[in-house]
Design a protein around this ligand. Structure first.
Ligand code: HEC
Length: 146
């Protein structure tokens, strides 16, 4: 598909890897924030599939996915507030050094989710780019992929 953007490739990659990323995590706080990220990734994958025409654009499902992302995005400060660690955690210590910036990036994800336009596939394809960009913007500084 020639129109496949980097953002879309990125988001579907995240959704695909989410299922097994947190096997063996013992710390409950780390588990909770990983579960939240997995829910975000799954919802983003649903939207990305619709944007790419892999699945039909379904208004109710798209709205549900958007709501999952904005709800979980709003929970990010509470989920990460405690500097919990686990050998499996991919959270960078910079999160707690640059807390204001980190939470601003969560807010950016929420805004991008709320700005999604489901009018048609073209509109979704355009607006999902900002959502994908919001994931990368935060992961770049605050996630150390293992
Ligand atoms: C505010 C910062 C931030 C934003 C925005 C963000 N993430 Fe994350 N994400 C993280 C951090 C930090 C981790 C690592 C958490 C850990 O391992 O303790 C993570 C982990 C993940 C994981 C791995 C979860 C697991 O089970 O190990 C996935 C998948 C993921 N993010 C997907 C996404 C997607 C998709 C988006 C955008 C729609 C997104 N993230 C937006 C910070 C963010």
């Amino acid at each position: 598909m020639p129109r496949l953007t980097h953002a879309l490739a990125f988001t579907s990659f995240c959704a695909a890897t989410a299922a097994f990323a947190h096997n063996g995590v013992k710390d409950p706080d780390v588990m909770a924030r990983m579960n939240a990220m997995s829910a975000i990734a799954k919802a983003t994958g649903t939207l990305s599939d619709m944007a790419r025409g892999k699945t039909p654009l379904h208004q109710a499902k798209a709205r549900m996915a958007r709501d999952t992302i904005s709800l979980q995005a709003a929970k990010v400060p509470a989920l990460f507030e405690n500097q919990a660690t686990d050998p499996k955690s991919e959270a960078a210590p910079a999160i707690w050094d640059d807390w204001t910036d980190f939470t601003a990036k969560a807010d950016q994800m929420k805004k991008a989710a709320l700005a999604l336009d489901f009018t048609d596939r073209a509109a979704l394809r355009v607006t999902i780019r900002d959502l994908g960009a919001s994931c990368s913007a935060c992961h770049k500084d605050y996630r150390i992929e293992k």
